[in-house]
Design a protein around this ligand. Structure first.
Ligand SMILES: *Cc1c(COP(=O)(O)O)cnc(C)c1O
Length: 372
């Protein structure tokens, strides 16, 4: 978009002309704790004065405490953490770990899935537009339709290292998967020894109304991939692993910047803010309000409105790009998810009044078009 952003605070951003926007893009879902969150600012500033450079070779306290605090918000059976710098890196690591831990090669993913743009992650991603220019990709990746239980049953067997999924498919168009399908997939994985890998890069850290989306359905993933909103805007990625998977051999994988003191300090501050402000409950209640508000818009342009918590998609019967532009003119920034879906990923600290404002602007933009 032809916008120059210069400043952000809470759920708002301002452009170079001084125009104010409610930010439902939030850096593609990074802005869980809001722009310039005071906990994060303090943590970055204080840590920067103490220590910024420290690689995996040495212990430093921010990393050790982040391991501990991250495991505290995960199920008890989780036991280890690998830190990196982005979502794709987390998925890349999870694929390597799955192959190493099972001695198998094949990865099963879902159609409409998005897992990142590096070669391993891209091989798990579905969209041909992202994949085809870079083929050949990594071998032994297969895709199956979401909700196709029989298809999944025929693919998950003793040769599969892992099954990777998003509880709500984000980039693919904001499609929440059913509890029934995910439980079925988990059961197939348990029986065949394939690892059950949750990509919570977009859904994680309270976005969907639970600390992690898999918790809503009582799922027990073997690995969880994290990134986006984890460190208040600083680059970070993580894979959390089930304790009983055992230790990975030393030095099989690594990252120079992974676990750097600044990102760790920012992540600790973000997680503390999420807990102290119950952002999971907030996303649940404000998400309902937001979703109901959008569903109440009576427009022939709307095909479907769906989502979980504050991860919401409005599917139109037309291309969404002109409506995103019109929304920006009205002071609301939102995202695309596929050609016809408007996606809302606001900071979870967004106020009720701001949600109402966004819903009213969506109503206005959709009705304006009709009269045109
Ligand atoms: C954004 C995203 C990724 C990729 O993260 P990057 O930090 O852009 O590499 C992977 N999986 C999901 C579900 C995502 O939403």
């Amino acid at each position: 978009m032809p916008l120059r952003l210069v400043r952000g605070e809470g759920a708002k951003v301002w452009d170079s002309e001084g125009k104010e926007y409610i930010d439902c893009v939030g850096g593609h879902g990074v802005g869980v704790v809001g722009h310039s969150n005071p906990y994060v600012l303090d943590a970055i500033f204080n840590q920067a004065k103490k220590l910024i450079i420290c690689s995996e070779t040495f212990y430093h306290e921010e990393r050790a405490l982040l391991y501990k605090e991250l495991l505290e918000v995960m199920p008890d059976y989780m036991g280890s953490v690998f830190l990196c710098n982005s979502g794709a890196e987390a998925v890349e690591a999870a694929i390597k770990f799955a192959r190493l831990l099972t001695g198998r090669k094949r990865i099963v993913a879902l159609k409409r899935a998005f897992h990142g743009r590096t070669f391993g992650a891209l091989s798990a991603t579905w969209n041909p537009k992202y994949r085809e220019p870079f083929e050949p990709l990594v071998p032994e990746f297969v895709h199956v339709d979401p909700e196709d239980k029989e298809g999944l049953r025929s693919l998950i067997n003793e040769e599969v290292a892992g099954f990777i999924f998003e509880v709500v498919q984000g980039e693919g168009g904001v499609y929440p998967l059913s509890e029934d399908f995910l439980r079925f997939a988990q059961e197939l994985c348990r029986r065949s020894g394939a690892l059950f890998i949750a990509d919570e890069i977009q859904t994680g850290f309270c976005r969907t109304g639970r600390f992690f989306a898999f918790q809503r359905y009582g799922l027990s993933p073997d690995m969880v991939c994290l990134a986006k909103g984890m460190a208040g805007g600083l680059p970070i990625g993580a894979v959390v692993l089930r304790d009983s998977l055992g230790k990975l051999p030393q030095r099989v994988h690594g990252s120079t910047f992974g676990g750097n003191p600044l990102s760790c300090a920012a992540a600790r501050a973000s997680i503390r803010f999420m807990k102290e402000n119950s952002l999971d409950e907030r996303a649940e209640s404000l998400g309902k309000l937001f979703l109901e508000g959008l569903k109440a818009i009576d427009s022939p342009l709307v095909k479907d409105v769906r989502g979980l918590g504050l991860m919401i998609g409005m599917e139109l019967k037309r291309r969404s790009a002109p409506y995103l532009k019109a929304l920006a003119e009205e002071g609301v920034l939102a995202l695309q998810a596929g050609p016809t879906v408007i996606r809302f990923l606001p900071p979870l600290i967004i106020s009720e009044g701001e949600v109402d404002f966004v819903v009213e602007k969506v109503r206005k933009v959709l009705s304006r078009d009709e009269s045109d």
